[in-house]
Design a protein around this ligand. Structure first.
Ligand SMILES: Cc1cc2nc3c(=O)[nH]c(=O)nc-3n(C[C@H](O)[C@H](O)[C@H](O)COP(=O)(O)OP(=O)(O)OC[C@H]3O[C@@H](n4cnc5c(N)ncnc54)[C@H](O)[C@@H]3O)c2cc1C
Length: 291
């Protein structure tokens, strides 16, 4: 049986990580890590349970940014009225994760650190331009989420680092965001393909910055900045949306899994990127939708 530590503060947690080395595993909600231990895929010497570190459990909606404490549960995010008002697409996407029981335990920090390719929140956060704060006794750094996630179940976290906070810039009022989650097996499943779109717009309804992130197909949320940047400043019309969808379909190299073959996911990606952009442009409502 691994030794169990239950720190109550951030500094106690960082000390435990610094002393523990690479045989120490953090447990936030435990919805991923406990399953892996039960399956015999992980056998750490020491577990550091984070449930009593209350200082990392918050939603702070500020003028320019929204900050989420790493230990905030997905259920709290889903139920947060300030978050729903500031970032309705993120709040809506979180509500589409798994079921009440999982969301009640799972934390936003655990979700990002697990780095599972078939996850919803990372793609939405990537489309919103989120950054993450990492802390250790050696210091603190902030990195874009797109650089934090580097491969299948792989991040840039060092053994002694804790993800403490997710920082999301608040989109301008005219910007449009959407998330489309397509599940090929059941209504509680992970995404076969999920597409998150951010369309920056100014008051003249010209398009500003566009970011489109695809979940469920590749190791990390798939984004084609060189394609979406061509739309910057354009008057986006349906043809433009379709062209971006086609470019994503051409470029993506999906993994085949139980939710669909690579060829199937490729086609679904093309259709959903087009639909997500059309939805973002034509609908006055931002939000997340289950397909
Ligand atoms: C039945 C089921 C259905 C699911 N369906 C979906 C779905 O539809 N969509 C979806 O997106 N996800 C889904 N998930 C995944 C779920 O969202 C993740 O398991 C969850 O987000 C992980 O969060 P956690 O707090 O439980 O992490 P944990 O299991 O506690 O930790 C996960 C990993 O992150 C590390 N870690 C945790 N917190 C930190 C931190 N602050 N700093 C550094 N490292 C940390 C841990 O050491 C571990 O390696 C599902 C899971 C289950 C069990």
């Amino acid at each position: 049986m691994p030794r169990l530590l239950r720190p109550e503060t951030l500094s106690e947690t960082l000390r435990a990580l610094a002393d523990g080395g690479d045989d120490t595993k953090l447990v936030a909600g435990g919805t991923a890590v406990m399953l892996m231990m039960r399956a015999g895929l992980l056998f750490p010497e020491q577990l550091v349970a984070l449930e009593h570190v209350r200082e990392l459990d918050y939603v702070a909606v500020e003028h320019d940014t929204v900050r989420l404490g790493a230990l905030t549960s997905l259920r709290e995010l889903e139920r947060s009225a300030p978050l729903a008002a500031a970032l309705p697409t993120l709040a809506g996407a979180v509500a589409l994760v798994a079921n009440h029981r999982v969301r009640g335990r799972a934390t936003i920090g655990g979700c990002l650190c697990e780095a599972d390719y078939a996850s919803d929140p990372p793609a939405v956060l990537a489309s919103l331009g989120a950054r993450v704060r990492l802390k250790s006794l050696r210091g603190e750094r902030e990195v874009p989420l797109t650089e934090f996630l580097v491969g299948y179940y792989e991040t840039v976290l060092a053994d002694d680092e804790l993800l403490t906070e997710v920082v999301i810039p608040r989109p301008p009022r005219a910007a449009r965001t959407t998330y489309l989650k397509y599940m090929s097996r059941s209504m509680e499943d992970r995404p076969c393909i999920g597409v998150a779109a951010y369309v920056g717009r100014d008051d003249s309804s010209r398009v500003g910055q566009v970011r489109v992130a695809v979940a469920g197909a590749t190791a990390t949320p798939f984004m084609l900045a060189e394609v979406t940047s061509m739309l910057d400043g354009a008057l986006l019309e349906v043809d433009g949306c379709r062209a971006v969808g086609e470019a994503y379909q051409q470029a993506i190299e999906p993994l085949s899994d139980v939710r669909g073959s690579a060829a199937y996911k490729r086609r679904v990606t093309g259709r959903l990127v087009t639909r997500a952009l059309e939805a973002a442009l034509s609908s006055p409502r931002n939000g997340a939708f289950r397909l």
